[in-house]
Design a protein around this ligand. Structure first.
Ligand SMILES: NC(=O)C1=CN([C@@H]2O[C@H](COP(=O)(O)OP(=O)(O)OC[C@H]3O[C@@H](n4cnc5c(N)ncnc54)[C@H](OP(=O)(O)O)[C@@H]3O)[C@@H](O)[C@H]2O)C=CC1
Ligand SMILES: Nc1nc(=O)c2c([nH]1)NC[C@@H]1CN(c3ccc(C(=O)N[C@@H](CCC(=O)O)C(=O)O)cc3)C=[N+]21
Length: 284
């Protein structure tokens, strides 16, 4: 069997088309456009690339985005002051703080300071709690991207076995709650999981978010399963590779996302989608 390759770039273009119209509707209704602030503390080169990618997509959609670039020696107090200012800035509807932060800065301070109504990447305790309770909430955009891929490819979730590899706060955990809410039977695996390959093979939908290049091999995949690769691993020779061994897995899976060109291209688009949603909510 040769799996269908899920085209993340195509899905991302489709969503961007919808969001452009949404921004126009917002502008007509309120005489302003949704506003996004990207907070980036210098120190991680890759995060600079992601910030630029977000700015580019915002521009395409007509969202007003600006970058708050802070020096690497920024203190927790200074970072908190920047966030407190953005919390009350009427032109800013959504805020993303680029991860990773330098080690001396506290993710907890960030998560607890950012106003929940502007927390478009779902990092605040209130957002996480709402998600866990099944209440409407902003969610981490990578998890949102995975669910969007599954929904747009009409992959059935109700009653299905979903196995998630990885339990991070930005991918594995929020995904587990989102998929439970959609009536999947969810198993979350991590570095201490025993018999991981056997568990993975039970999955109708296997989601890899571990950060281990090509860890998921064909033997771990049930024939016909849908395999979603969240992993973005930089190669020493340049370029990126996913957590899934795409070539071998394609021979057993029913459908698989490639890397690049899979979940990645949807991530920033869904961040913008949540920013536009935040703008509507703040306008009542
Ligand atoms: N497409 C996108 O937009 C994005 C992609 N990513 C990519 O997704 C991947 C995961 O990211 P993130 O969740 O932030 O990563 P983290 O490093 O925070 O979490 C990795 C998770 O994988 C688990 N894990 C690590 N090694 C193994 C193993 N050998 N077997 C089983 N489980 C293992 C860890 O277990 P334990 O908890 O026990 O340590 C942990 O739960 C990365 O490749 C990252 O680059 C991330 C964000 C956005
Ligand atoms: N607060 C926060 N939220 C995030 O969601 C967040 C973050 N910090 N820090 C960095 C990671 C990583 N991330 C990606 C976004 C887009 C692509 C993407 O567009 N990928 C394309 C191109 C990749 C390439 O070619 O380099 C692809 O996979 O095809 C990937 C990864 C969001 N992250």
């Amino acid at each position: 069997m040769t799996a269908t390759t899920i085209d993340g770039r195509k899905l991302s273009a489709e969503i961007k088309g919808e969001l452009k119209e949404e921004v126009q509707r917002f502008h007509q209704a309120h005489g302003q456009v949704p506003g996004l602030a990207i907070v980036r503390v210098e120190g991680d080169a890759a995060s600079g690339v992601y910030s630029k990618a977000i700015l580019r997509i915002a521009k395409e959609l007509g969202v007003e985005a600006r970058l708050e670039l802070l020096p690497v020696e920024t203190t927790n107090e200074e970072l908190r002051d920047v966030l407190l200012h953005l919390n009350t800035d009427r032109a800013t509807h959504g805020v993303i703080v680029q991860m990773p932060l330098p080690a001396h800065l506290s993710q907890q301070v960030v998560a607890e300071t950012l106003a929940a109504e502007k927390d478009i990447d779902g990092i605040s305790p209130l957002s996480a709690g709402n998600l866990a309770l099944g209440f409407p909430s902003f969610v981490p955009s990578t998890a949102a991207a995975v669910v969007e891929v599954l929904e747009r490819t009409k992959t059935p979730l109700d009653g299905k076995n979903v196995v998630i590899l990885g339990r991070s706060n930005v991918v594995g955990k929020p995904l587990a709650f989102m998929l439970l809410q959609r009536n999947a039977t969810v198993t979350v695996c991590h570095s201490r999981t025993q018999n991981l390959a056997k568990i993975a093979r039970e999955a109708d939908i296997l989601i890899a978010a571990v950060g281990r290049p090509t860890m998921v091999k064909a033997e771990m995949v049930r024939p016909g399963a849908t395999v979603i690769d969240v992993g973005i691993n930089a190669l020493p020779e340049g370029g990126i590779v996913g957590d899934v061994d795409f070539a071998s897995v394609s021979e057993v899976a029913g459908a698989v996302t490639p890397t690049p060109g899979g979940v990645g291209p949807l991530t920033n688009v869904l961040l913008l989608k949540q920013c536009i949603e935040a703008a509507w909510r703040q306008q009542g």
